[in-house]
Ligand binder design. Sequence first.
Ligand SMILES: [Zn+2]
Length: 638
Amino acid sequence: MKNIIQINIFILLLFFIWGCSTTTEQTAKENTPEIMEAKEVRDQHTYAKPQEAVVKHLNWEARVDFERQQIEAVARLDIEVADKAEELYLDTKGLIIDKVTLGEEEVMAVYEMGDYNAVTGTPLIIKITPKTRRVNVYYTTAKDAEALQWLNPEQTAGKNEPFLFTQSQAILARSWIPVQDSPGIRFTYSATVQVPSRLMALMSAENPMKKHESGIYKFEMKQPIPAYLMALAVGNLVFEPLGTRTGVYAEPAQIEKAAYEFAELDEMLEAAEKLYGPYRWERYDLIVLPPSFPFGGMENPRLTFATPTILAGDRSLTSLVAHELAHSWSGNLVTNATWDDFWLNEGFTVYFERRIMEAMYGRPYAEMLAELGYQDLKQTVEELMGEGKEEDTRLKLDLTGRNPDEGVTDVAYEKGYFFLRHLEGLVGREKFDEFLKEYFEKNAFQVMTTERFIKYLEENLLKPNNIEIAGTTYSDWIYGEGLPENMPEVDAELFNAVDRQLQAWKEGTPAASLQTDEWSSHEWLHFIRNLPDDLSADRLRELDQAFGFTQSGNSEVLAAWFMHAIAREYEPAYPALREFLNSVGRRKFLMPLYKKLTETEAGGILARDIYKTARPNYHFVSVNSLDALLKYREETKK
Ligand SMILES: [Zn+2]
């Protein structure tokens, strides 16, 4: 394995040297950073050919039709073209193209749709000339557009109005806008969106803060972003300011709870800036979405999309907000060039997130988060190894021919985090912080490949500090499988007390007599996760009666508890489990719970029964994984 890896690095180096030597012969025009990047980086998940024609600005005019569950729109794309350009390649998936015109005078264009691919969709190929500066695409979205989730009123918190939200990452932006859907291609955008007048529209842009009687909303995003950060939410929403630069949007039924939960947002933003430099996106607001949102959060610039499952009532799950905020630097400013480099987005973000948490709540608190992260990582790596997916335990992935969503595992997040922590250990915190701060500044609004990062690391951190790292460092951490031997140690001292109580319970102390008064949800999570696997239902009942796990309002605690309940067929928890799976669409919870259920025959039957009613509440990215797990087919719907 290691040999193969070294050869790979060698080839990459060759590429780099070859890239440098040929550029000197090229015209100055072809040496713009965008074109250089495009040459170095090959994103397998886009049809775009940015060397020929690249989108620089999108002007989007759209009407959101809840009755038909579709968006009718025109995407006006300002492009930059090469000298001999003949075609503009855009990514689409399921879009119904009405017509395409060129320029402000809207001359009818010749275009064709290429071959459909189940992962990447269909290229829209438009004939252009080297003089073309604008292309206008008139289209509607498909009924089952993968990025869009249309909710009927019953699926919202308020139950009165419908709701629409998008989830574009990784490559779903193309299912609602014809764009060059690659993390390596950035553009600015403006938009005019018409929605029913009772509803408010929000985007990953400058936002309205109040409802407009006309139902027409205008948006401006002045900083260039990749397509996966395009976002839209429409619903009965209200705004509550939290600080001078921060605020929260939610349905009226949830706004008060949300404002309480995120009260420290301004402080968090300041802590982040103090660590790694100025926040570059002006405002930072949150929107709390209905429960079917498939992720914990999505770092849409200026407006993080968040799951209501973090409204724990005690501010205990706000590390998720620190995570999304940290993406304003890692990911949104310095962006993974392809989905194979996803760890550059997520590993850096987890590191940054834990540093924010440390700054706000102290090191013992942040170390609990790191330890829980380590437990997640260990389990994920074991599972992937057991399933014959060893390759997915590498930081640098090869997602050729696969859906990039398959690269979203704890490996990118936590192995990435521990690699950065390892680097911090090599040079000490002060130097590492300086390095990271400069990294974000120097590479702002650019893309990063794993190989460019390694080079940057060598030149800006290791060499200046005379650090010689072991020859196997990159193969162990980045290109190799499993976990390296030199994993940094976590010192979660607060968990020691939890371990002592757990031990006492195992040795006969009644659950009701354990000392758990000061515990946060992290301590509870550690306690539940480390319960023995072979508990009887009676022992589970004892815990449940003492601590009320089945009734917990904390989604993390609940999900961890249900894992034991399922394993030991502890039926008193089943009604709550059914309710949880029917209302929560967060994939992080859904996958392990359904998987656990399918481990027994009875559980499998229950899982399929729940899934039948719950499936319409889930977003495509959850459904996509769950259909495969539960062998769900459309004809079984009835
Ligand atoms: Zn993230």
